[in-house]
Each structure stands twice: as structure tokens, then as C-alpha cells.
Design a protein around this ligand. Structure first.
Ligand code: PHE
Length: 344
């Protein structure tokens, strides 16, 4: 008889409950509170099965610990995921109040923020049930929409990547394929257009096409965007797009974007490295929104201090990329070393 291998539980606390008003399965995963209360966004998204939402919450919350640690914030990592059954129509307010109750139940161990499928107005409703919420609208006393700040951090990261890969941080004339024009992707598109970059863009939602064209981007299918022959691919939608199946088809020289958990599994970083594609770890690239919200709402920093923190994303990434190059290893490996307590 085979003896099952016991897999250690990495998370401090995981709560899944059926919302009393909405009936929807809400998971809050608290990966770590070692550095401070766990923080991480609230994702509302369709999943084939509610257990898939739990799995995603586990992965996303662990990534948040990486994000807060590398960014040097006094926070741990957590995430909320609401798994909406395909095609299910729900009362948004009911669901948000249920989410608020679930976060209140955790009594300060976790604070939420916006993520895929949620924004500042949703945070204001969640805040009716708990104080542990970032990014309420400014009119409601919060730091507001974090997506522009995430995008500013992404551009800082893109400069660092271009410097490392092409020898110059100048983005003008460089080509980028932006995969996903949601809140953050749309800001990245606009900022890169301002830099006079060559742009390709895609989104599963065809209504985003106008926005792309208005900023001078060539509109493609998501598949063609993924495989575009550009300097840098910018994943700005859902994660899991870099896999053993998709890496061979890539035609970019580097990848850096705000999507969380871009690799399907850690080993994929090595596949990218072997193909000569420089991959900037998403826990570093995507931290701008969280950094802004924390610096404003928790640390009460000045706008200058907040701007400096966003700029630091580029500095930190440069150090990581340089150390990886010097050791002929992947940037992902360097991030793992940092999370294990090394300094650079
Ligand atoms: N969605 C954000 C992220 O993945 C989470 C967040 C943003 C949390 C802002 C709090 C404040 O980093």
C-alpha cells in the first residue's frame, strides 16, 4: 500500500464560508502575518467549482507575502476570492456585505483591497461591515483607485528591464505587447503611449479595442498578443499564462507586467531563462497599488515619499536582475533567496 506524502500547510489561516445573504462561497486565505496584518485584494471571478476559488486564494495569498516582503512593507500576505458559478447573476451589495462580514470575522488579521473584479466603490460597501479595507474612494476617506499607482510601478519596472536587456532605460521606440486592458492595463497603455513606445494590445473584451486604437496600439487577439514579436510582453490580465506549453511560442525578449502569478509553476522560470527571455517576477512588478495604499493610509507618508517608494520598484528590480545575471540564475531564484532572508 502506498503511503501518502504529507504536504505541510503553509498558510496561517484559511476561511471559506457561504455568504449568508448572497449564498456565494467566499474564501479569505491568510498566508502570513509575520511582518504585520495580512493584506491582499478581493477577487470576484467565475470559477468552474468553488474549490478552484479556494486554490486560487491559497496561491494568490502566498504571492502577497512575497509582494509585501520585497516591497519592505509592514504587512503579511492574504487574499479574498469569491468563486462565482459560471453564468450566475448575483446581488452585488449583498455579496460585498457578506465579504465585509467575513473580513470582520478575522478581526484585523487581514485587510482587503481592490483586485480583479472589484474597485474602490466596492471597498466602500465592504467598509460598512469592517474597518480593515484599503482603497475606499477618497470622498469616503480612503486612498482611492490604486490602479494608476500599480501602472506607475509597472513602468518603473519596464525601465529596469529595458536597461538590463537592451542597455537603455529609454522606452521610446521600444515595442510592448500589453495583454489585458483592465484598470491597470489601460493605464500602462496610456503611460507607454506617452513615452512614444510601439504598442500592441489585446483583451478578451472587444469593447476595449477603441481605447487601444486611440492610443495608437495595434489591436490583436489575446493569443497573437501573447506571441507577438516585441521587445517586452506585459501580462496585465489573469495569471497562469506562462506554461511549458506557451513558452515555446513566445517571441518577446523580456516579460514584465502587473498580472499576479504569471507562471503556472516555479519551474517555468527556468524555461523562460533557457529561451533567453528575461522574466521580471510579478511580485516585484505589481506592487505599486499596494505600496501606494499602504504608504498613504497606514504610514501616512507625504506624496514625495510615496513617489519615491514607487520609483524604488525599479531600483529593487534592477538589483534583482543584476544579481541574477551575475549568478547566471533566474530572477525568480533571486526573489526566492530574498524571501528566505538574503539581502541584496
Ligand atoms: N490587488 C492588489 C495586489 O494584488 C491588492 C491591493 C491593492 C491590496 C491595494 C491593498 C491595496 O497587489
Amino acid at each position: 500500500m502506498q503511503v501518502a506524502t504529507f504536504c505541510r500547510m503553509d498558510h496561517e489561516l484559511v476561511v471559506t464560508r457561504r455568504g449568508s445573504r448572497s449564498g456565494l462561497p467566499i474564501t479569505v486565505a491568510v498566508h502570513s502575518t509575520a511582518r504585520g496584518p495580512a493584506a491582499g485584494g478581493c477577487r470576484i471571478k467565475q470559477y468552474p467549482h468553488w474549490r478552484d476559488g479556494v486554490t486560487d486564494a491559497l496561491r494568490l495569498s502566498a504571492a502577497m507575502t512575497g509582494k509585501t516582503t520585497i516591497a519592505g512593507l509592514p504587512l503579511g500576505g492574504g487574499k479574498t476570492v469569491v468563486a462565482v458559478p459560471p453564468g450566475h447573476v448575483f446581488d452585488r451589495r449583498d455579496l460585498l456585505l457578506d465579504i465585509g462580514d467575513t473580513i470582520a470575522f478575522l478581526d484585523g488579521r487581514y485587510a482587503t483591497g481592490p483586485d480583479v473584479g472589484t474597485g474602490p466603490d466596492d471597498m466602500a460597501v465592504i467598509a460598512e461591515r469592517t474597518t480593515h479595507v484599503f482603497c475606499r474612494p477618497q470622498s469616503a476617506g480612503g486612498s482611492g483607485d490604486s490602479s494608476l499607482h500599480t501602472a506607475i510601478g509597472v513602468v518603473a519596472a519596464l525601465r529596469a528591464v529595458c536597461e538590463q536587456r537592451f542597455g537603455t532605460a529609454d522606452l521610446s521606440g521600444r515595442s510592448f505587447a500589453i495583454l489585458g486592458l483592465g484598470r491597470v492595463g489601460a493605464h500602462v497603455l496610456r503611460l507607454l503611449a506617452t513615452e512614444k513606445a510601439h504598442l500592441v494590445a489585446a483583451d478578451v473584451d472587444d469593447t476595449r479595442r477603441d481605447l487601444a486604437v486611440r492610443h495608437g496600439a495595434a489591436w490583436t487577439s489575446p493569443q497573437d498578443c501573447l506571441n507577438a514579436g516585441v521587445d517586452v510582453l506585459v501580462p496585465a490580465a489573469l495569471g497562469g499564462l506562462l506554461t511549458a506549453a506557451t513558452v515555446p511560442g513566445l517571441r518577446c525578449a523580456a516579460i514584465a507586467g502587473p498580472a499576479n502569478n504569471q507562471l503556472d509553476e516555479p519551474a517555468t522560470a527556468r524555461l523562460l531563462h533557457e529561451r533567453g527571455i528575461l522574466w521580471a517576477p510579478d511580485v516585484v512588478v505589481s506592487a505599486g497599488g499596494l505600496i501606494h495604499a499602504t504608504a498613504v493610509e497606514l504610514l501616512h507618508e507625504t506624496p514625495e515619499q510615496v513617489t519615491a517608494r514607487l520609483h524604488d520598484i525599479g531600483t529593487t528590480l534592477t538589483r534583482i536582475l543584476q544579481r541574477a545575471a551575475a549568478a547566471a540564475t533566474t530572477p525568480a531564484t533571486v526573489v526566492d533567496q530574498l524571501l528566505a532572508g538574503d539581502s541584496i
